[in-house]
Design a binder for this molecule. Structure first.
Ligand SMILES: [Zn+2]
Length: 905
């Protein structure tokens, strides 16, 4: 604080901060000075050349609250400390108000800190009503609209550090809040008259505390700044930014609600960090491809925000700002999904240090890659490359302060236009919904999995989409709509979102040069909710007044569960419904007897779950049924010959310490379906008695090298681990042998993706004379396919399922599976005590269902799921992810059936 006042009082001329930050060892000794100069300079140059005088009121400075300046080397504060500081500001200033927006997965309260002028904070409810009107009402009379625009304010949301190792944005939050609140500069005051800044101080509070605890544990040791073992979220880690369509996690729901149903801000930024040796800062716009359902005006506005950021930051001497590379604007799973709901939204990415430990980057270590920027050289989208040197958390804080101030300034400069744009979009999208097909999406009331339709309908409503049911039957063109079918009209303000998530994806192929290379996607290419959830849906391409007037809006929670009061017979939960598996596991947990039909009987399909008549009179049964979206059927005349008893298997789930998101997602699904399990680490395989302790072992997608050695390898080359040594352990040869013995003795393994490599090639059990060598009758030919040109970056491909097999119970004959091109299985005629069955194979044509797949014909007839037997054991190998990011509900049953597979006697 002394330095800050000194600078302000003496008004010394400003020197370029990057020179300060690149002085090498000398500047390392003066981290406080670097922080102060960068942050202060960012602030002063942005506002104007006018002298700045901070309020000398009783508002607590960050330094005196935390005992150091946020951004200082080796210092990180926790979530409680961060929110504690913001609450202190709230008690001291009328310019900040904290609003509770929900709880995190582990129970921490999440907040928005509203920061604006005193008057705006006092009329937040009124301003919120204006936001809502402009966002959702396409019919505001022009005079009234102009009046709303004048009275309204731009609401600018920033979500900070959802990726918890990207600590900088959240560590900059106190500085940003303090500076905004205490400034007496007329320019800043004018911005805050026009703009309400909505800071989500941390999008992932649980992860923030995990990372801070980890950093403090290893600070000043040999492993200072090392990678944190495990996930920085209970379930999903880095994939918390892949959840904004399915909204499976509490944090995603809390944030999505801000844009979908609650505050309707007009602008948002999500703040991230990237690697250490590339550009220093990424600002919008992103690179091609762009989402085709988005209105042209959106891209214009994003460019204005980005152009102002690079201009304002470059003016401050903040080097290394780049735009329009690597990140594309095609895929809609991130926080920026609100763009499809008419919010001008973008991300920023700052170069990282080792959490809070500074790094020194040699100029020769600097480089860029990926689409849009191939050389670390002066370019139109990278006009002032950073030259290398020291890079520290204080630099990140300074860049975050200046980019935030720039976006607030841009919001203020264009206040009226931004508010008009928001309502223009509402008008345009509603109009498109009335004039451009498709006009409606329809989900027939009769579904293979009726529970999943309820899940989908409730999800759409949570997204702020208006959903209806048809009150009468009718034909429209060649389509028949039955009474009670679910109808989603496109004439809605969030039309772009509705269309994006309900239609089938077609990748917008673009090339770098005419006939040149294709611009490949940043992430996956399929997210169509009906296809991913296994819900039948169709588009209606002609506009119908009759249908429009027959629509009845849905509200509350949609369910089709109207239980008969005087039921008789056994309760039958159809195997077709995912939620029946949840009912079965929950019932077993509650101590109810559960059976599975071994044959079709009385209109109930094989594999359905039966709760005998006697059990249905227990209180636990009523509680169970109440929680479901679809009622069970009650059937008399089911005999003991029709069923087999089932019990909860003892399940192990293999999770590595390597930010193992796929294992985390699997835990999430098992928890959601009330399926109990224990986590096994690869190193446990050496010592555990697997056959005694477990019936089923699950291997989520993982590299064989990570499972075997605990180290990452790529193209045959092993890389040094950045984790503390205690976490760098694999199964080893002995662990693998124990695993194979577990199978041989009657155990069941479920494995998908790269983990299936564990079971390929020559394997052995025992030693010397006892040694048994064998090769399971399955192989992986993905490398050959790749050489021939197969490229499937994450798409839905169709498979035909083996009917009548215990693994496909409850499944339709064909299904779209989420696939990334590896593995592609082959099988062989077996020898000795082994066998195999292809459970899922690609058809001869029409393989790609949704997304992008080059040379899809290479997959013709290829197995993508194989059941293998060895002695009394079984392995179920999936080429696809049955539970990908909790977004592929259509294939969950293949996983659940694996867990319930009868053992070979
Ligand atoms: Zn990130």
């Amino acid at each position: 604080m002394l330095c800050l006042l000194y600078y302000l009082n003496t008004k010394q001329p400003f020197s370029l901060p990057r020179n300060e930050s690149m002085k090498g060892d000398n500047s390392m000794k003066a981290p406080f000075r670097a922080t102060f100069i960068l942050v202060t300079a960012a602030f002063s140059l942005l506002v104007s050349a006018a002298a700045i005088v901070y309020a000398q009121s009783a508002v607590t400075e960050p330094e005196s609250y935390f005992g150091y300046s946020p951004g200082d080397d080796n210092r990180l504060f926790t979530y409680d400390e961060l929110t504690g500081y913001l609450k202190t500001l709230e008690s001291e200033s009328p310019m900040i108000k904290l609003v509770d927006i929900g709880t995190s997965t582990l129970g921490r309260t999440m907040y928005i800190a509203f920061i604006s002028s005193k008057d705006n904070i006092a009329r937040l409810d009124e301003l919120k009503a204006i936001n809502t009107r402009l966002a959702l009402d396409p019919d505001i009379p022009e005079n009234e609209r102009e009046s709303l625009v004048r009275q309204g304010r731009v609401f600018f949301t920033a979500t900070l550090s959802m990726h918890s190792t990207e600590v900088g944005p959240a560590q900059a939050a106190p500085t940003i809040a303090y500076k905004l609140i205490t400034s007496t500069d007329p320019h800043v005051k004018a911005w805050l008259d026009n703009v309400v800044y909505m800071m989500v101080p941390n999008h992932n509070p649980d992860g923030m505390d995990m990372v801070v605890a980890h950093y403090r544990k290893y600070r000043n040791t040999k492993y200072d700044g090392c990678s944190m073992p495990g996930l920085y979220h209970k379930y999903v880690g880095h994939d918390d930014n892949r959840d904004f369509i399915t909204l499976s996690q509490k944090e995603s729901r809390a944030i999505s609600k801000i844009f979908a149903t609650e505050w309707f801000p007009q602008v948002m930024v999500e703040k991230h960090q990237m690697g250490s040796t590339g550009a220093r800062y990424f600002v919008p716009p992103n690179h091609d491809p762009i989402a085709e359902n988005i209105d042209a005006g959106m891209w214009n506005w994003i460019e204005i925000f980005g152009a102002n950021m690079i201009k304002d930051m470059t003016r401050l001497g903040q080097a290394g700002i780049a735009y329009s590379y690597i990140f594309d604007n095609y895929w809609p799973g991130s926080t920026e999904t609100c763009m499809w709901k008419n919010v001008i939204s973008f991300l920023t990415e700052c170069a990282s240090v080792k959490l809070a430990t500074p790094i020194f980057v040699e100029p020769n270590e600097l480089g860029v890659g990926g689409k849009g920027l191939s050389e670390y050289k002066k370019s139109v989208n990278f006009p002032m490359p950073w030259k290398g040197g020291w890079w520290r958390l204080s630099d990140i804080v300074a860049y975050e302060v200046s980019s935030t101030f720039s976006a607030i300034k841009t919001s203020s400069l264009h206040k009226d236009d931004i508010l008009r744009f928001r309502n223009d979009l509402c008008v345009r999208e509603v109009n498109r919904g009335k004039t451009e097909p498709p006009f409606y999406f329809v989900f027939p009331v009769k579904q293979h999995d009726a529970g999943e339709m309820a899940v989908l309908v409730n999800l759409l409503m949570e997204h702020g989409v208006q959903v209806f049911s048809a009150s009468e039957s009718m034909h429209i063109g060649n389509r028949y709509i039955a009474k009670d079918d679910i109808v989603v009209p496109l004439a809605q303000p969030f039309r772009a979102f509705i269309k994006e998530v309900l239609e089938t994806q077609e990748y917008p192929v673009r090339h770098y040069t005419p006939d040149g290379k294709i611009i490949y996607p940043y992430d996956i290419t399929s997210w169509s909710l009906p296809l991913h959830y296994g819900v039948d849906a169709f588009e209606v391409k002609s506009y119908s007044k009759k249908l429009y007037s027959s629509l009845e809006p849905l509200s509350g929670t949609f369910r089709q569960n109207k239980i008969q009061k005087d039921h008789k017979g056994c309760a039958v939960f159809s195997a077709n419904n995912n939620e029946s598996f949840k009912a079965a596991f929950t019932a077993m947990e509650k101590g109810l007897k559960v059976q599975r039909l071994v044959t079709d009987v009385h209109g109930c399909t094989r594999g359905s779950f039966i709760i005998p008549r006697k059990e249905t009179e227990k209180t636990a049964f009523a509680g169970l049924v109440e929680s479901l979206a679809v009622k069970p059927a009650f059937v008399s005349g089911i005999t003991d010959d029709d069923v087999r008893d089932i019990t909860v298997p003892s399940i192990a789930l293999v999770e590595t310490y390597y930010h193992d998101m796929d294992a985390g997602w699997t835990r999430y699904i098992l928890d959601t379906y009330n399926i109990p399990y224990k986590v096994l680490r690869p190193s446990d395989f050496e010592t555990k008695d697997l056959s005694r302790d477990f019936d089923v072992i699950l291997f989520p997608n993982n590299r064989k090298s990570t499972l075997m050695t605990g180290k990452y390898s790529w193209n045959g080359k092993e890389y040094m681990s950045t984790y503390p040594p205690a976490y760098v352990k694999g199964m080893g040869k002995k662990g693998l042998e124990n695993l194979l013995r577990f199978i041989d003795e009657g155990g069941i393994v479920g494995a998908w993706g790269r983990s299936t490599e564990l079971f390929m090639g020559l394997l052995s059990i025992g030693e010397k004379d006892e040694k048994e060598e064998f090769q399971l009758p399955v192989g992986n030919i993905a490398d050959q396919m790749k050489k021939k040109g197969l490229n499937c970056p994450g798409s839905l491909v169709q498979v035909e399922l083996k009917p009548g097999n215990p693994l496909t119970l409850g499944m339709p004959g064909t299904v779209g599976v989420f696939y990334r091109g590896n593995p592609v299985f082959s099988t062989q005629v077996p020898v000795f005590d082994m066998d195999r069955r292809v459970i899922a194979r690609c058809p001869e044509k029409d393989i790609l269902v949704s997304g992008f797949c080059e040379n899809e014909e290479l997959l013709e007839g290829k197995p993508l799921m194989v059941w293998v037997k060895k002695n009394r054991g079984q392995a179920v190998l999936f080429g696809f992810s049955p539970q990908f990011r909790a977004s592929t509900h259509a294939t969950y049953k293949l996983l659940f059936n694996t867990l319930l597979l009868p053992k070979i006697k």
